[in-house]
Write a protein that binds this ligand. Structure first.
Ligand code: NAD
Length: 283
């Protein structure tokens, strides 16, 4: 039974995951080595709870109770000591994440489940430094975690079926839908998302249609809420390129990035964050 959740890394994803953990009734301890990020996360959780009350998504009492369940830790040891589940959400870097898990493994109880929010790194590789590989799992939330419906549960080579079942129960308690995916490159979501995105970029490169019309094909023809080129602009062309290169290495040339994607990244056209991608983004 998961009572206390520790969230490590309180950036874009970590703070949203902490919000979800607290709102769904868990004692939530958040740790970030950057004090400003930690304070920012608490302020964000508070203002998101307030907005929820304004929109009648939760009562004032429920919001107060959720906020009182959020505790800040300025070191990893107090953050993980009493946790039943640790969710790591530090930047996408194998060494950094492995180091966090090696430390957490030292300080938490033997029963604690270790989970990573990685979007692409192999769960079995990440589990390399810890003893409890049966209690190591991928818990992939989507941005923003409090609004997106899906949690992708990634089962590593040694993850036990009990650990998967506990995470399925947690997802339900958080009001999410879970899918279970075997630990393979790109899992289900990144692999499918990148496949569609790369084909759309190739079609744009070949002049099949304008960016707007390629996007409309999927929005109106297939009911996607957003077309693949606009989505690539939001994610960042550099981020997409990085994942495509990784998947091409792991799964073969069908994920080879189109030349135009490489050229746009080299020209600094990274999408919304630089104001220019497949679209112009003026604030
Ligand atoms: N941003 C997204 O859309 C998205 C979606 C799904 C999954 N992810 C994955 O989630 C993870 C986090 O991504 P993000 O976008 O939230 O990153 P981010 O850069 O916004 O936040 C990372 C946080 O980790 C903290 N941090 C770094 N090193 C640390 C350490 N040693 N100890 C404690 N804290 C540390 C940083 O101070 C920062 O606050 C990545 O693995 C990413 O691939 C991101």
């Amino acid at each position: 039974m998961i009572r206390q959740i520790a969230v490590i890394g309180t950036g874009t994803m970590g703070r949203g995951i902490a919000y979800l953990a607290a709102v769904s009734g868990h004692d939530t301890v958040v740790f970030d080595f950057d004090r400003a990020a930690l304070d920012g996360a608490r302020a964000w959780i508070e203002s998101t709870l307030l907005k929820g009350v304004e929109k009648s998504k939760l009562t004032g009492e429920a919001a107060q109770a959720a906020l009182s369940r959020v505790h800040l830790a300025t070191d990893i040891e107090p953050a993980v000591r009493a946790a039943d589940l640790i969710i790591e959400a530090v930047p996408e870097n194998l060494e950094l994440k492995s180091d966090i898990f090696a430390q957490a493994d030292l300080f938490c109880s033997e029963e604690t489940i270790l989970a990573s929010n990685t979007s692409s790194i192999s769960i079995s590789k990440l589990a390399g430094n810890v003893e409890r590989r049966d209690r190591f799992i991928g818990l992939h939330f989507f941005n923003p975690p409090h609004l997106m419906k899906l949690i992708e549960i990634v089962s590593g080579e040694r993850t036990s079926s009990e650990t998967v079942a506990e995470m399925q129960a947690l997802a339900k308690k958080m009001g999410k839908e879970a899918i279970v995916v075997r630990d393979t490159p790109g899992f289900a979501t990144s692999r499918l998302g990148v496949a569609i995105g790369l084909e759309a970029i190739r079609m744009f490169e070949e002049g099949v249609a304008s960016a707007e019309d390629i996007d409309r094909a999927m929005e109106l023809g297939y009911n996607h809420p957003m077309g693949p080129l606009r989505l690539t602009d939001l994610i960042g062309l550099d981020v997409r390129l990085g994942i495509a290169e990784y998947l091409a290495g792991a799964l073969g040339p069908r994920f080879e990035p189109p030349q135009i994607l490489r050229d746009m990244v080299a020209e600094g056209k990274l999408g919304k964050k630089t104001g220019r991608g497949f679209y112009e983004w003026n604030e």
